[in-house]
Design a protein. Structure first.
Ligand code: ZN
Ligand code: ZN
Ligand code: ZN
Ligand code: ZN
Lengths: 167, 167
DNA sequence: AAGAAAATGAAATTCATTTTCAAAATGTTA
DNA sequence: TAACATTTTGAAAATGAATTTCATTTTCTT
């Protein structure tokens, strides 16, 4: 395992960079198409965001960027995330803590979430069977589904032992 | 159909009143057990709330009550709904509009929601197959589920025709 | 370089939710 | 019933995330 670590990371880095730059191009296209302007700030924010794996809030991303760059304001981070969402490069999500989080779109078109009540960890999953049954429910009610939200809250493998009244 | 209307409503009213008074007793028990005090306001708010079928916000319930009774403040409505939730007689829910809504517990233990993006109508559904598959997903990830949220957003039968880009 | 349009960011605003606090109501005890 | 401790009430203030404002700066096109 250990001896492959270097290589794996190297490969992963390469892929990530490619993905990020591909997405950044998409953002630039979107900005141009909409008659907007490319700026240093948007570039930095988008780069930093697209590197993200997790579901990040505007505040968190702002703090992360602030560490290296004192000249980017919270408002711009906030607005750039909205822009990324509008351009289709980010997905806006609100979980039980009522904070607006953003995640870069990934290879998975759609996915749902498992959220740990102890550590706050978020795991993604896809289940086509469930998706089909959801659609069946919709049809049954004469409902035309546009989107849906499914979140399972509980304790992840690591936090299970800390679950209240589990012992 | 029409000739049964009177009778049906009468019967329904009877059942509702019984259910409401049963729940009000449960609230009184809870209040006593917790060392709290029963008040005129709590009684009025709980009665009005438990009659509710829909998913109501504190603001909405406050306005509804205000029409008849000018002496009940918003804060008390807000606090009583929280109290009902803590006592287990109400469920607190937040849908995509980010407003906190309350619904009285019903005979259905658990249910999920279909929410119309046009009229805001909320329909409840239960699907044991989905619930089982959700649990299977959780198990697969070594996750111990405590609760979950599943909401389908789209257009209900009545509003389908108004759905954007459907024609 | 000039001008038009958009972006920035600090500060202000919004808005639902929650808390504060002085006065009122409740329920227990004597 | 009166006194008392405790809780409740409700107007107002506080909170806090999300959003908007606006003067200044930057970008992009002539
Ligand atoms: Zn899904
Ligand atoms: Zn996700
Ligand atoms: Zn469910
Ligand atoms: Zn419901």
């Amino acid at each position: 395992m250990l001896q492959f670590k270097g290589r794996k990371i190297l490969k992963k880095k390469g892929v990530d960079s490619l993905q990020v730059s591909g997405k950044k191009e998409r953002l630039r296209d979107f900005i141009k198409k909409m008659g907007f302007k490319s700026t240093r700030q948007r570039d930095i924010i988008a780069t930093e965001f697209l590197k993200t794996i997790c579901h990040i809030t505007a505040e968190e991303l702002y703090k992360k960027i602030s560490r290296m760059n004192k000249e980017i304001g919270f408002t711009t981070v906030y607005r750039t995330l909205k822009l990324l969402a509008k351009s289709g490069l980010a997905t806006e999500r609100v979980f039980a803590d009522n904070l607006t989080r953003y995640e870069p779109i990934s290879t998975k078109e759609h996915h749902d979430h498992l959220i740990c009540l102890a550590c706050g960890g978020i795991t993604e999953f896809e289940d086509t069977k469930i998706e089909k049954l959801q659609e069946a429910v919709a049809v049954e009610f004469g409902f035309m589904t546009i989107t849906h939200k499914m979140e399972l809250y509980g304790y992840c493998r690591k936090c299970k032992k800390h679950a209240p009244a589990s012992e």
